[in-house]
Design a protein. Structure first.
Length: 441
């Protein structure tokens, strides 16, 4: 059964919205809970299908997980790990599951993890993860689509990443926690989610410094030094950026709560250049507004603290009706302009050549039936629907459900006209596709 959004464009978003926990921090922190024996509790966990998947990975390894979707917390009992294999059926559903490789190497010194394969937005290789583990002393075999990593012991070493890969930095950081001696990851990714993961690891007993800079030092500790903890994750900067863009696109005004503005400086700066106003109300609350037609801007996606690739499609939607011509260069992924054909179907004027897109602002988009090809492209099309004339149908909502918690409810509270429906029902209210696993795993 495929679920869809029906959006009636033209409403101005006003009011208040609260941002949930950061998907890309939560997934890695949940994976890392298996590194310490005992019962950990993680707070500020958004209710997303990607969280369901990582919990299935953990429970397959023998951990017991309870996801309280009301409290937005997860309890993981990792006292006993009974398997070292992360199956293709789970890893293929979500690439982030590959993080379990580092967690298992840290705890068990052996892991068999399915290779994730390509995905809609690009090739997304894992060669840095594998080379880094080999540098730490793991013997790696690739057999039948699985990575089999084993080491009698891991030994700290210097690792240089060709590019500051988020996933490789995280996987190697996890593996190095119980390596003998010091590991230095150079050209490390600097994303806030890396800092959050390092903070969690330090809370369970690891010795990590430099997270958030391009050199992270991990002084190895013995496995028995690690202990379970309670930990609260940071807010999701991409969800915050998505709502900021939606408000600005509709020339609205809204208060956005539970946001760390310092995590969004580059994006904020671009929104202000486009004509938006962003005021700090409290340390974790901002007010976003926009009165006039936006101005076009140029931007290049870059690793943090540059313009986030995860907000590229969403920013492209803003450019479709801005005044002038904007040029976007996508420098992280080979194929992250999947939203372009659908935005064109809504009347956008976009010329794309490999990783460059030239967007000439039109006066108005027109509603159409469009397809969410991935998570962020899906969010970009929803925002396009909010500003288009007439009705827009967005198909394949399972992509959006991976990363946005109660998306249509939050938008409805801000005044948007958006409903979820499926082929058998003409109109349903909300979130019928999200599997609640409260108390089950
Ligand atoms: N790369 C390699 N070899 C590697 C690792 C990465 O060539 O071994 C390349 C990738 O192919 C890609 C680039 O390096 O072209 C960047 O990849 P990175 O490893 O930094 O990304 P990731 O860890 O796979 C995370 C987020 C993505 C986000 C990127 C970049 C999670 C679960 N995912 O992916 O988020 O786009 O960092 O910031 O943390 C999303 O949330 O929608 C999303 C895709």
């Amino acid at each position: 059964m495929t679920e869809k959004y029906k959006i009636q464009g033209g409403e101005t978003l006003r009011g208040e919205v609260s941002i949930g926990g950061a998907k890309n921090a939560v997934l890695k922190i949940l994976a890392a809970t298996i590194m310490a024996k005992g019962i950990s509790k993680i707070y500020n966990v958004p209710h997303l299908t990607d969280v369901d998947i990582i919990l299935n990975v953990l429970s397959d390894l023998g951990a017991k997980c309870i996801y309280d979707t009301t409290e937005k917390s997860v309890v993981v009992d990792a006292t006993s790990i009974t398997s070292i294999t992360a199956k293709y059926e789970l890893v293929s559903k979500m690439r982030a599951s590959f993080i379990i490789l580092g967690a298992l190497m840290s705890r068990c010194k052996e892991a068999i993890v399915a290779l994730p394969g390509g995905c809609a937005i690009g090739e997304r290789r894992v060669d840095f993860h594998i080379r880094g583990l080999e540098t730490l002393g793991a013997k790696i075999k690739i057999e039948n689509g699985y990575v089999h990593a084993k080491a009698s012991k891991l030994v700290g070493s210097d690792i240089y990443l060709d590019i500051p890969s988020v996933g490789a930095t995280e996987n190697l950081m996890l593996a190095a926690v119980t390596a003998q001696g010091a590991t230095r990851i150079q050209n490390a990714a600097r994303e806030p989610e890396i800092i959050d993961l390092a903070n969690f690891l330090n809370a369970i007993g690891a010795d990590i410094s430099g997270a958030g800079t391009s050199e992270i030092v991990i002084n190895g500790v013995t496995q028995d030094k690690l202990h379970a903890v309670e930990y609260t994750t940071i807010p999701d900067r991409i969800e915050a950026g998505t709502f900021m863009a939606a408000v600005v696109a509709t020339k609205g005004k809204a208060v956005i709560k539970n946001v760390y503005p310092a995590h969004l400086t580059f994006f904020n700066d671009k929104l202000i250049q486009m004509g938006a106003s962003i005021k700090l109300v409290e340390p974790t609350t901002i007010e976003v507004s926009c009165k006039n037609r936006l101005n076009s801007i140029n931007f290049v996606t870059q690793p943090y603290p540059g313009f986030p690739t995860d907000l590229q499609a969403i920013a492209m939607t803003l450019l479709t009706t801005a005044n002038g011509v904007g040029i976007i260069t996508e420098s992280l992924y080979e194929n992250r302009f999947m939203q372009v054909p659908d935005l064109r179907r809504m009347g956008a004027d976009i010329h794309q050549d490999r990783n460059h897109a030239i967007v000439k602002g039109v006066k108005k988009l027109e509603g159409a039936t469009v397809v969410a090809s991935d998570l962020r492209a899906g969010a970009a099309l929803v925002i396009a629907g909010l500003i288009a004339n007439g009705e827009t149908i967005v198909e394949k909502l399972h992509h959006i459900d991976r990363g946005y918690e109660e998306f249509e409810n939050k938008l409805t509270n801000l005044g948007a006209k958006i409903v979820r429906f499926n082929d058998t029902e003409s109109e349903a209210t909300h979130n019928s596709n999200v599997i609640s696993i409260k108390g089950v795993l």
